[in-house]
Design a protein. Structure first.
Length: 153
């Protein structure tokens, strides 16, 4: 009896998982549709700037923070920057790379105002203080050819 109940439960759970569409993950490495999800979540206005090798989706958050998501010609977000009076949700901005960032910060934390993570797969520089935060995160292997991290402002 319990075995049949367990089998029924597993069958229903499997059907539910198959029926639910996959949710696109926001942040670094996600596709361009994640920028719209970020805009909606942050209740931001967006302005798109075109460059030869990428586009910049600039999100103006109501509190004054500006988040810029850099999207390559392949359609994926390869960098995110932020500047303003409030820190954005780094879990959202870094997406699937947040856990890697968090573990690197635990190991390499040197001060309270600045954080730097320099890994082959992820670079993050963040700092600031109350009402003046800034940061940059990018995927070195995903930078379009000829684009340097100095362009990511």
């Amino acid at each position: 009896m319990q075995l049949n109940l367990l089998k029924s439960f597993l069958a229903v759970a499997t059907c539910a998982l198959v029926a639910v569409p996959s949710v696109s993950r926001a942040g670094l490495g996600a596709d361009v549709s994640s920028v719209e999800a970020d805009r909606a979540q942050l209740k931001a206005t967006v302005h798109v700037l075109a460059a030869p090798r990428y586009s910049v989706h600039e999100l103006q958050v109501p509190g004054g923070t500006v988040v810029r998501e850099f999207v390559g010609l392949s359609g994926s977000v390869f960098a995110v920057t932020w500047r303003g009076p409030f820190m954005p949700d780094l879990r959202r901005m870094l997406g699937v790379h947040f856990d890697s960032y968090q573990s690197a910060v635990r190991v390499n934390r040197t001060g309270h105002a600045r954080v730097s993570v320099l890994r082959p797969d992820l670079v993050v520089h963040s700092g600031g203080h109350q009402r003046a935060f800034f940061g940059q995160a990018y995927l070195p292997q995903a930078l379009p050819a000829g684009v340097t991290n100095d362009e990511l402002r």
